[in-house]
Design a protein around this ligand. Structure first.
Ligand SMILES: CC(=O)N[C@H]1[C@@H](OP(=O)(O)OP(=O)(O)OC[C@H]2O[C@@H](n3ccc(=O)[nH]c3=O)[C@H](O)[C@@H]2O)O[C@H](CO)[C@@H](O)[C@@H]1O
Ligand SMILES: C=C(OP(=O)(O)O)C(=O)O
Length: 446
């Protein structure tokens, strides 16, 4: 039986939380360790589900993974890498999106890869066509089976000239992790340039990779025969930081987010200030707080970096339910990221979702049946209710709405939160939240 979180709302969250290493970098950095011929050391590793899934997959492939009990730093030694049985790999079907990134490294070290069905948040169809297309351009052969995808490269991987249909984060990572040891030069146009991608490039550069980043989203990679292990400290999780910032605004609180980095949050901070949230950038983090008074509504579009990150959208929508007036949000990255607003409406929020592109940039989802724009009217008084967490950020949004609401909420599916927020309940309690966690009828923390 899963855990149940009971939330007694109405308490402003106040105090300090430290964000861990980025969920959207750390598991990929772990995959990169397979490319080296000596051990890699990864620091600032969060205790989240994707890390344990990738650790298990690395171990199945013969990588010796050890963790420092004090610091949590991971050492990954790939010198005895070996093929794993499809059946063992398939036990991780549906757990995470990261397995698709094993393709290049496994082909380089073992000649082939088997990829189980992917997991991740259900916020759209999330196809992997771009990934498979670029792998084919590198010379890989893709066999789609009932249980997963088998990829081989009888002639090895060769550099390619690529132009992505969209600056996909995962596909850009696929290109990097495949091209660094491919024969010859790769050039990728329309690449993603998110901070986590640049951190992955930094780490690959430490391994000996030859990579240059150019203007207009162009990345060039000169393949090399061998790479060494790396010693790298993961960048802090900007999405966790933005989530806590929204929590401060929604609960009328004051949260110091230790290790939050301004340079990775510029677009978020700009919007936060427009709404009427206050922040103070310090040498070791950022303080986020509600200054009192009314919040302002706004018009917002999510976009690829350096735009407003889609993973910030869901928690911020809760803050917009507290703004005085009408806000319009156009989600241009995922076609189905407003499902979470149904529970917000049950809590008293006024949110309408539309299939039209309600923004200045017509997106890939316009004139199709995707409810990818939202109109939010505020301010409203939120009231507690029962919620079942649908996905990572939608779940965080429900939790902060419940924390701000009048009355009690009962939350199931809380395990999903562990995909992106380490020690979540402990952090909430340290911020003064009035919550109780029950497991199979037993209270385990309050
Ligand atoms: C583990 C991880 O890092 N997850 C992040 C990563 O996801 P992920 O790497 O999956 O996201 P992508 O940037 O690839 O996806 C962006 C868009 O491209 C589409 N697409 C992508 C690949 C493909 O083969 N075909 C295709 O159509 C997707 O459906 C989506 O609509 O970047 C997203 C966008 O910043 C973030 O929200 C996720 O938190
Ligand atoms: C969409 C997200 O993650 P994933 O790509 O791992 O599903 C997220 O972190 O909000």
């Amino acid at each position: 039986m899963g855990k149940i979180l009971t939330i007694h709302g109405g308490v402003p969250l106040k105090g300090t939380v430290r964000v861990g290493g980025a969920k959207n970098l750390v598991p990929k950095a772990m995959v990169a360790s397979l490319l080296g011929n000596t051990p890699s050391v990864l620091r600032n590793v969060p205790e989240i589900k994707d890390v344990s899934v990738v650790r298990s997959l690395l171990e199945l492939h013969g990588v010796n993974v050890t963790q420092d009990p004090q610091t949590g730093d991971l050492t990954m030694d790939p010198t005895d890498a070996k093929s794993a049985s499809n059946r063992a790999i398939d036990a991780h079907a549906g757990d995470s999106r990261i397995p698709i990134l094993f393709c290049g490294p496994l082909i380089h070290s073992l000649g082939q890869a088997f990829i189980p069905d992917l997991g991740g948040c259900r916020i759209g169809d999330r196809p992997i066509d771009f990934h498979l297309d670029v792998l084919r351009e590198f010379g890989a052969v893709v066999h789609k089976g009932e249980d997963g995808i088998r990829i081989s490269a009888p002639q090895g991987l060769s550099g390619a000239k690529l132009d992505l249909p969209y600056p996909s984060v995962g596909t850009t990572e696929q290109v990097l992790l495949s091209a660094v040891r491919a024969r010859g030069v790769t050039e990728v146009r329309n690449a993603a340039i998110e901070p986590e991608i640049l951190d992955l490039i930094a780490l690959l550069q430490k391994m000996g990779a030859i990579i240059s980043v150019h203007r207009d989203r162009i990345i060039r990679i000169q393949g090399v025969d061998e790479l060494q292990g790396y010693d790298h400290t993961a960048l802090p999780d900007r999405n966790e930081a933005a989530s806590w910032a929204s929590a401060a605004l929604v609960t009328k609180g004051d949260i110091f987010v230790e290790d939050a980095q301004q340079r990775d949050l510029t677009a978020f901070l700009h919007v936060y200030r427009q709404i009427g949230g206050e922040f103070e950038v310090k040498h070791n983090g950022i303080r986020f707080y509600h200054p009192g008074g009314e919040l302002n509504p706004l018009i917002l579009e999510t976009d690829v970096h350096p735009g407003f990150m889609t993973d910030w959208q869901q928690p911020l929508v809760v803050a917009l339910t507290q703004a005085s007036g009408v806000s319009v949000i156009h989600e241009t990255v995922y076609e189905n990221r407003f499902g979470f607003t149904e529970a917000l409406q049950r809590m008293g929020a006024t949110v309408q979702v539309h299939v039209d592109c309600l923004g200045s940039t017509p997106c890939r989802f316009g004139h199709r049946n995707f409810k990818h724009s939202a109109v939010v009217m505020g301010p409203v008084d939120l009231r507690g209710t029962d919620v079942d967490i649908p996905d990572l950020r939608g779940g965080f949004s429900h939790l902060i709405a419940a924390l701000a609401a009048e009355g009690t909420s009962t939350v199931t599916g809380i395990e999903i939160i562990n995909r992106g927020y380490e020690h979540f309940t402990e952090k909430l309690i340290s911020l003064g939240a009035n919550v109780e966690l029950h497991e199979a009828g037993v209270k385990v923390g309050s």
